[in-house]
Design a protein around this ligand. Structure first.
Ligand code: 6PG
Length: 235
């Protein structure tokens, strides 16, 4: 798969923190600010959650925060094709760390039905997100190879203007091989995008990103730019 060509320049704002705890505290305050703004303006806060392990501290910290959870609508940027209660499911991690502990109505937590298999789950989830013009906030991680969500190097990133909202992935280099991802185009249709990056293992991907390499994370191009919350060890 040829590397996608990037038609839009990504405006990056880098926010560096000395450790994951301080980074998570800053991220939580920004998430709550975005939620207040969205709820005040439209009565609803639509947030897309990141997978992987990095966001866990942020989700655990949100558990005890005071906000109008009834206005929160939860979506997922990607999901691994595993049973819903599998330890490696992104939705399962978010539930254990946070969602099971707050009063967001179950019908407002829109998990990707990845247990159906990549193709069926991608088709099903597209119907969930296609009606949303803009997410209020998208949270994303960064892989050591520069991937984000389940958008991997040398794979279709879904970054063109008519790309579908969701992509079925069958050969992900990060296990499990079968996944569902929101496309780069869909992830970019957001008022705010926040990357969460910790650990020295991400340093090369960050260096490539800063040098302008076309890593998948660089194809997330919301009009308002992206905010990258990065631990010093990753910088
Ligand atoms: C996934 C994630 C993936 C993740 C990065 C970083 O399902 O694997 O969505 O994009 O965010 O791989 O993972 P860590 O946070 O575990 O380093």
């Amino acid at each position: 798969m040829p590397q996608s060509t990037r038609s839009t320049i990504q405006n990056c704002r880098w926010h560096s923190y000395r450790n994951p705890v301080v980074l998570a505290q800053a991220a939580v305050q920004e998430i709550l600010r975005a939620a207040r703004a969205a709820i005040n303006a439209r009565g609803v806060f639509r947030i897309v959650l990141a997978g992987g392990s990095t966001p866990r501290k942020v989700y655990e910290a949100l558990r005890t925060e005071d906000t109008d959870w009834r206005c929160w609508q939860i979506y997922f940027g990607d999901e691994r094709c595993l049973p819903p209660d599998h330890d490696e499911r992104n939705s399962y991690m978010a539930a254990l760390a946070w969602l099971d502990h707050v009063d967001i109505p179950d019908k407002q937590i829109h998990a990707i039905p990845a247990e159906l298999g990549a193709a069926d789950a991608a088709e099903s989830y597209a119907h969930v997100v296609d009606s949303i013009a803009l997410f209020d906030l998208v949270l994303l991680g960064l892989g050591e190879d520069g991937h984000t969500a389940s958008l991997f190097p040398h794979h279709d990133l879904g970054n063109v203007s008519d790309a579908p909202s969701t992509l079925a992935v069958f050969d992900a280099p990060k296990p499990p091989p079968q996944r569902v991802s929101l496309s780069a185009r869909r992830l970019s249709a957001a008022r705010e995008v926040m990357f969460l990056v910790t650990g020295s293992s991400k340093a090369q991907a960050v260096a490539d990103w800063r040098a302008g390499s076309p890593i998948p994370a660089s194809f997330i191009v919301p009009e308002g730019g992206v905010d990258i919350y990065i631990e010093e060890a990753s910088a």
